[in-house]
Design a protein around this ligand. Sequence first.
Ligand code: ZN
Length: 461
Amino acid sequence: MVTSPEILHEHVKNIFPIFRSITGKGIRQTLEYISQRTEGFSISHVDSGTEVLDWTVPDEWNAYGATIRRTTGEVMIDWARCNLHLVQYSIPIRARVSRGELEKHLHWLPDQPDLIPYRTSYYRKDWGFCLSAHQYSQLTDDEYDVEIRTELGPGRLSYGEVLVPATMESGNEAGEVLFSIHCCHPALANDNASSIAIAIEVIRTLQKRPDRRLSYRFVFIPGTIGSITWLARNRDRIRHIRHGLVMSCLGDDGLPTYKQSRRGNAAIDRYAEYLVQTRWGGKVVPFEPYGYDERQYCSPGFNLPVGCLMRSPNGQFAQYHTSADNLDFVTPAGLYASFGFIMDLVTMMEQDFHPRSLCPYGEPQLGRRGLYKTIGGGDEKDPHSAFDQMTLLWVLNLADGDHSLLDIAQRSGKPFPAVAAATGVLVRADLLARPAWGQVPMPPASVSSPAGTSAPSASWT
Ligand code: ZN
């Protein structure tokens, strides 16, 4: 089945209600959901107490219920109604407490009185409830009965992983693309059920492609401690990573936001910037050591070429980490546009290389090869690959081994897909050396036209 906006939204709907945290049954249930829909997915478990880089894998936490009741028995707050009500990693408690004592354990948003915030206390033993300001204003009695049924103790941290291996020989060009998706938040749709949904469909799409020059590794981890654990256990694998992307908050109707890697000029930084400028709109923001798991991948010891793709950036939309980050906030069109952006990135990673002319002295005679005034590409699958005579001339002129296809696209002003298609024609005419993996280009991505999405520029310019 070809990915559609509706399929993506359906995944979000299925993932949203599962009660997740950085450890416990919910994250494992979420990993099972992904496992059932992809091939070769594996789930790893790491014992609590294991030392990972400068951190320690925490105890496992599971929740079964949480209520605040009047002393008459009337239920005021119930975790079963909204799983954001319970502060994550709350320790168990069953007690009658004064209003003053309860107050110290309540979190609400005075400026957004209808919304319930999302709060955690992973590394400080405490308990607490999150509630709307309206609910808070109703807690006027002198005493309340508080019950939190949770378990916190030695267990395991779980994460999931799948490798979609390269199918083409590519010699020294071989490499891995790392996608990292956090899946530790409970009922929040954009942050980060959206990215889990999109990643499932990117995996499925890649697994169907017969010609992969690169390998693709997807890791589904709890935020921060998960990427730290993965990095600690995969130090020997890291040198294979050529491009990497943290996927987060990818389902709202905002325009794309690409946050650069710490390097700032890695190939993925350039590809993403090009897609923002020429096709999908949005903006590029510089790296900063705050945000999602890019902080770990881009810590100075690793300094991997890992950027982060979002739509509305974390902390900068009113719904962020509240009950308004729900199934209405995430739209099929927003999800599908993010899927398209990522598939375009994949296409650029697959196709880009540094072509070298086999006929660099003087212009090659195109007429003799049937290429004079050739107009090509532009097939049904990817109309943006249409190229003209000038595209061919630009590729031939810049095919000195120093310019990549992206360099050529930017210098010539011709769309990247057209440059790639023209390069393919010139390779087949033996005017350019074959790349190490044989043939250019890979077929276009399954999303060639972002119709119905919020992208302002529906075509490569
Ligand atoms: Zn978050």
